[in-house]
Design a protein around this ligand. Structure first.
Ligand code: ZN
Length: 75
């Protein structure tokens, strides 16, 4: 019998603090970009918009991001 015990919390994206720093974007025009990997247009997501990550997003999905990364070679 083995009990899987991990030292830290999950290695997921950091949780957003709730309340307090509530940056509300009243009117966020849905921006679109073309995925650099598959070329498909994709729209801004709340998650990105709220964190100001839209500028840094170049791929429609983590799958494409990973694939493009692999194609480019290990960083
Ligand atoms: Zn894509």
């Amino acid at each position: 019998m083995r009990i899987a015990r991990r030292p830290g919390p999950c290695q997921h994206l950091p949780h957003r603090p709730r309340g307090g720093l509530g940056r509300t974007v009243p009117r966020s025009p849905a921006q679109t970009k073309e995925c650099l990997h598959c070329g498909r247009p994709f729209a801004d997501r709340k998650r990105w918009a709220s964190r100001g990550q839209w500028e840094a997003v170049h791929y429609c999905s983590v799958k494409c991001r990973a694939a493009a990364r692999r194609a480019r070679g290990p960083a």
